[in-house]
Every structure is written in C-alpha cells, then in structure tokens.
Ligand binder design. Structure first.
Ligand SMILES: *[C@@H]1O[C@H](CO)[C@@H](O)[C@H](O)[C@H]1NC(C)=O
Length: 314
C-alpha cells in the first residue's frame, strides 16, 4: 500500500493460491500443461479450417472464430497466472490490471455470444434443413460474427471503465488468480450498489439470455433427433448434443455464478475454482467436443497430415 488517501494506489497484489503454498508447485505444473494443450488443440483447429476450403461453411467459420477467441482468452489469463503461482505475492500495476480485466470481458463476452450463435446454427441445420440456406447464409453469418465481437468490445469497455472509476484507497491485495471484476470490486472504497445492479442486469443479458436460447434450441434439436429413423444416427447426434450441452452449461453456469452478483458470499477459494472452469476447462474441452469428434474435421486433419508426409518424402 502506498499512501492512504483516496485513489492513491498505483498497484495491486495478486495472492493466487498463497493459502496453499505446498500446492503451488502442482498447480503451476498442471496449469502449464493445460495451457499448452489449449494452445495446441485450438491451433490445430485454426490451421485445419483455414487450409481446407471445403470447411469454409458457417459451422466451421464459427468454430474458427471460437478457437481464435479461446486462444486469446487463455493467453490473457494464463501467462500472468503462471507468474502469480510461481511467486508468493505478485504485484500488478493498475494499467496491467485494467488491460487484463478489459480483455477477459472482451473475449469472454464474445465467447458467450458466439456459442449462442453456434447453437442457432445447429438448430437451423437440424430442425429446418430445407430453410437452412436461407436462415444461415453468408450475410447472416457475417452479422452474427460481427455482433459477437462488437458486443464483446462494448461489454468490456463499459464494465472496465466503470470498475476503474471507483476510488481504491487500500487494502490492495486481490485474493484471486487474475484481475477480474468481482475480486477487484471488493477493494473499491465507494458505494458500488449501482454498479452491482448493472452487473446483475448485464449478466442476465450477456450470459443468461444466450444460455437459455442455447437450451431452447437444443431441446428442439433433441426432439428432431428422436424422430430420426436410424438408431446409430440417433445415438451419434445425441452424444454430440450432450457433450455440447455439458461444455456450454459448465461455461455459462460458472460465469453466471461469478458475475451475477459480484459481491456474492462465495469464499475466495470457491471463486478461484469457478473461474478456472470458464477460463481453463472450456477452452480445453471445446476443441475436443466441437471438432476432433467430428468426422469431417478428422478427414481434413488426415489430409493435412498426409500432405505434410508427402511433402517431406518427395
Ligand atoms: C470469423 O468468421 C468469419 C465468417 O463470417 C470469417 O470470415 C473470419 O475469418 C473469422 N475470423 C476469425 C478471426 O476466425
């Protein structure tokens, strides 16, 4: 803590898991491995879709955007978090904390809307196959993708500037793994009631509404699947939908619990674990769930592999 008067702090301290010093090393190791796996899984998807012209259809262009968002999202969080885990008390300047919060909200918000748009795409393809070319053409695709990115920017801009307009007069220890809204807000020495109302309404719009739309479209998809004539087709479509739903519920559920009431009574350790679910688990699982289980994607990867082998043997 520097001086005591209002707005005088110039830096924060991130505590990480300093309550469990004996576990820091294991955390560091497993998060490093997880981060590398996230980078690799999503990089494979980005390369495969970019290089294969036949995959330039809405479903895979959404996936491409999602993978770019997830690589960026985890890169905003993980390297800093690894530093936090390898030192006892990590200082982070106001500007860095602002930037981290901004990009977490930007990529996190964009991901919320992208997952919603992807569910709409599957709903249109499975429930209205005849109208699909009309419901999801290049123009609609561009609009949905643009909407997701622009909304992410707007959410981040409003929320981050609002949080950082509060005075911070100490203490300056953030009991969390990285700078995100709820733990930083707890350090503000001002009445944050209005912001909390905004956060509640905002989270309902950004997290709950897409989530409910996704649930709704998957329920419709489920009914369409039940009407399928072939048993194996039914089983396959069902397992795909079930895994999408699991990943989506994990992401929106934990983000919801964290952001709906930023000053809610969960213990700091619970908040840390929940934040790991939407920052680590989702980007790790999505490549597996959305594409590596998908036969078109596998075929494209095989071809890439063969092309590489052929190039090397010539
Ligand atoms: C996102 O999707 C659009 C399709 O509208 C595509 O043109 C664009 O290249 C994708 N962007 C990224 C960064 O993946």
């Amino acid at each position: 803590m520097r001086r005591q008067n209002q707005s005088s702090l110039v830096e924060f301290i991130l505590l990480g898991f300093s309550n469990f010093p004996e576990l820091q090393e294991q955390f560091f190791g497993s998060f490093l491995v997880t981060y590398l796996a996230i980078l690799m899984g999503n990089a494979i998807i980005i390369v495969a879709i970019s290089l294969d012209q036949r995959l330039h259809v809405p479903m895979y262009l959404f996936l491409l955007n999602l993978s770019v968002v997830e690589v960026s999202f985890s890169t905003v969080i993980m390297p800093e978090m690894l530093v936090v885990l390898s030192t006892e008390k990590t200082t982070i300047s106001f500007v860095d904390c602002f930037a981290q919060m901004y990009f977490i909200l930007f990529f996190g918000g964009t991901e919320c809307f992208l997952l919603g748009a992807m569910a709409y795409d599957r709903f249109a393809a499975i429930c209205h196959p005849l109208n699909y070319p009309m419901m999801m053409n290049k123009r609609v695709l561009m609009k949905l993708v643009m909407f997701s990115w622009v909304s992410g920017i707007m959410v981040a801009t409003v929320q981050t500037t609002w949080v950082f307009s509060f005075p911070f007069c100490g203490p300056n220890e953030i009991n969390h793994l990285f700078c995100e809204t709820p733990p930083v807000l707890e350090l503000a020495c001002a009445d944050t009631f209005l912001f909390e109302i905004y956060a509640f309404a905002g989270t309902i719009l950004i997290v709950m509404v897409p989530f409910l739309l996704i649930l709704l479209s998957y329920i419709r998809v489920l009914f369409a699947i039940l009407k399928m004539p072939s048993m194996t087709g039914r089983k396959k479509a069902f397992s795909t939908c079930a895994s999408h739903l699991t990943s989506v519920t994990l992401f929106y559920g934990t983000a919801n619990m964290t952001y709906l009431q930023p000053k809610s009574g969960y213990s700091p350790e619970t908040k840390k674990l929940m934040s790991l679910a939407y920052t680590l688990l989702t980007p790790l699982l999505n490549p597996l769930i959305y594409s590596l289980r998908n036969s078109e994607m596998k075929r494209s990867l095989m071809k890439l592999w063969q092309r590489k082998v052929v190039l090397h043997t010539i």
